[in-house]
Design a protein around this ligand. Structure first.
Ligand SMILES: Cc1cc2nc3c(=O)[nH]c(=O)nc-3n(C[C@H](O)[C@H](O)[C@H](O)COP(=O)(O)OP(=O)(O)OC[C@H]3O[C@@H](n4cnc5c(N)ncnc54)[C@H](O)[C@@H]3O)c2cc1C
Length: 388
């Protein structure tokens, strides 16, 4: 059986659906081919089930890419305000949680339902359970499944990244890019918990569940948010954010007491200089169990002013060398992907092969935690959809 369309969109996630809606609104006959049994599974599990669908403070420097300028054009032409207008049109209640992050009041299902309704209104045809066996290009693009053939002059690859394989993530988009001769920037897990080596695990991981506000930094980037100790290492927003910039064997540095001077009390000559007094100062800033443990492992060499200054410095730059990450099984995103040099920043179309587009996470553009990855999916999807 042969199906012919103006455009085929591979992948019915955030970017693919937005692309389909924008193209459908322009009277293109669009098909979305999705291998799962339903659309937008990642949208449903996002933001703890409430989908952090955008961020009010979205700026180009909230994104990692080999070309930091690439995302600017698409982000400027489809902004958080554009997506919020759509959410409000569908009367979906939402709220700002923190730092400009917008979440649904009820459920991520509201966002998926909205996209499905917009697809219906735009005449988009959805094919679920559609496993593409191969894609070729003669006069048009041809995508073959076990029993059918889909043809169109335009193909949009929106198959996402490698994170969470158990809900359908595949390397399909990268494989297809390679097949058509496009370069791929090395992929690695991003927004992912870090794993400590055996020694550090035995030092800290029995404190699993303890959290503190810190500044985590690595390779010239820093994030002030919560850090969480896990049974294998470190997580929490500060660590997830910095994980996208971390590569083995680099160190990360953690300021355990941002803006506080832990040893200030010792400027007073009446304060006794001993571990009890120091512990009490650390406990004012950090959870008691962690404060005690950290001091047990980093006791000052003496109680002189230079030794106190050294412990102060150390607490603001605790150096940890992670053994690795929890991998794509636990990563929220994939860093790297289709090289942006291969694509038009305005339309996401391949420079080498006109008619071939890449949108969303499969492209080498990765957002910080906080709604930025969806904003990139909406913006890049819209950029392509308006160009089809
Ligand atoms: C647990 C979790 C929580 C998250 N929470 C947030 C959040 O709150 N805010 C935020 O901004 N970002 C969040 N993200 C990141 C965000 O979900 C992604 O960046 C975003 O979904 C990427 O959109 P996409 O359309 O490019 O890819 P996806 O949404 O992954 O969509 C790709 C689609 O392609 C399909 N597909 C894959 N291979 C094939 C194939 N061979 N044939 C056909 N179809 C295929 C998949 O089944 C999927 O439906 C979260 C990610 C995870 C894992």
């Amino acid at each position: 059986m042969i199906h012919s369309f103006d455009a085929l969109i591979l992948g019915g996630g955030a970017a693919g659906l937005m692309c389909a809606i924008e193209a459908g609104k322009r009277q293109r006959r669009v098909a979305v081919l999705e291998h799962a049994d339903r659309l937008g599974k990642k949208i449903l599990i996002s933001g703890g089930g409430r989908c952090n669908f955008t961020n009010l403070h979205c700026r180009p420097d909230n994104f990692l890419s080999s070309n930091p300028h690439f995302a600017k054009s698409a982000l400027a032409r489809y902004t958080p305000a554009d997506f919020i207008a759509l959410v409000e049109k569908h009367r979906i209640p939402y709220h700002e949680k923190t730092l400009g992050q917008l979440f649904c009041d009820h459920s991520a299902r509201d966002i998926l339902g909205m996209l499905e309704e917009e697809c219906r209104a735009a005449g988009v045809i959805i094919f679920l359970n559609t496993e593409i066996r191969e894609v070729s290009r003669t006069t048009a693009f041809v995508a073959r499944t076990a029993g059918a053939e889909f043809r169109a002059p335009v193909l949009v690859v929106a198959t996402g990244g490698l994170s969470i394989p158990k809900i359908g993530a595949t390397s399909f988009g990268y494989d297809l890019a390679r097949q058509f001769g496009l370069m791929i920037r090395e992929t690695r897990p991003g927004l992912v918990p870090l794993v400590l080596d055996a020694d550090d695990r035995s030092r800290y991981c029995d404190l699993s569940g303890v959290s503190a506000e810190v500044i985590a930094s690595c390779n010239g980037h820093q994030f002030r948010e919560k850090m969480l100790i896990t049974h294998r290492g470190l997580s929490g927003p500060a660590i997830l954010q910095i994980s996208s910039y971390w590569k083995a064997p680099h160190q990360i540095r953690i300021d355990l007491a941002p803006s506080a001077e832990l040893t200030a009390v010792f400027h007073n000559p009446k304060t006794p200089r001993n571990l009890t007094a120091l512990r009490s100062e650390f406990r004012k800033i950090l959870p008691a169990r962690f404060a005690d443990r950290w001091l047990d492992l980093h006791a000052p060499a003496s109680w002189t002013n230079p030794a106190l200054a050294a412990i102060e410095r150390q607490a603001h730059a605790w150096a940890i060398t992670p053994a690795g990450t929890e991998g794509f099984e636990k990563a929220e995103v994939t860093c790297g992907g289709v090289d942006t040099d291969e694509l038009s920043a305005k339309t996401m179309e391949s420079r080498k092969l006109p008619g071939l587009f890449f949108v969303g996470e499969v492209v080498d553009v990765t957002g910080h935690l906080g709604g930025f990855n969806f904003q990139w999916a909406w913006a890049s999807g819209a950029a392509a959809g308006r160009a089809l």
